[in-house]
Write a protein that binds this ligand. Structure first.
Ligand code: THU
Length: 140
């Protein structure tokens, strides 16, 4: 289970990633902090592209950094975002990012923290965000 201190650390780290977000087209900045089961926190920001579709979301940046280093077990992710990096409401993960979470995370265990600040946040399970998700188990 995530304690308060870890939730605060993930929120603070996700907010710090907004500074690296590359968004010349939408101006919508997103930051993520992904807690692996081994205790390491992988960070991510969104990275846009003039071709638009190659854009990578903050969540997937964090996941792909971790997986590319051999890490596949995850506990939680915090996601923050807003226009010009101003946080006024939650920035829920897009469908593609939810599907990437589904590949590596247990739907009833993996926690998604949506935050505006360390004082204002809510925690959801992946199952809540992606009911009836299609995952590796469906191909067994
Ligand atoms: N974005 C993310 O980084 N994560 C999401 O889950 C939703 C969308 C980014 C992609 C793009 O750079 C900007 O937000 C606007 O869609």
């Amino acid at each position: 289970m995530l304690d308060e201190k870890m939730k605060e650390q993930l929120i603070t780290t996700a907010i710090e990633q907004l500074a690296f977000s590359y968004t010349p087209y939408s101006g919508f900045k997103v930051g993520a902090a992904l807690l692996a089961k081994n205790g390491t926190v992988y960070t991510g920001c969104n990275i846009e592209n003039a071709g638009y579709t190659p854009t990578n979301c903050a969540e997937r940046t964090a996941f792909f950094k971790a997986v590319s280093e051999g890490v596949r077990g995850f506990e939680a992710i915090c996601v923050v975002g807003g226009k010009d990096g101003v946080l006024t409401e939650y920035a829920p993960p897009c469908g593609v990012c939810r599907q990437v979470m589904m590949e590596f995370c247990k739907p009833d265990e993996f926690q998604v923290i949506l935050a505006v600040s360390t004082e204002k946040y809510d925690v959801f399970t992946l199952r809540e965000l992606l009911p009836l998700g299609f995952g590796p188990g469906n191909l067994e």
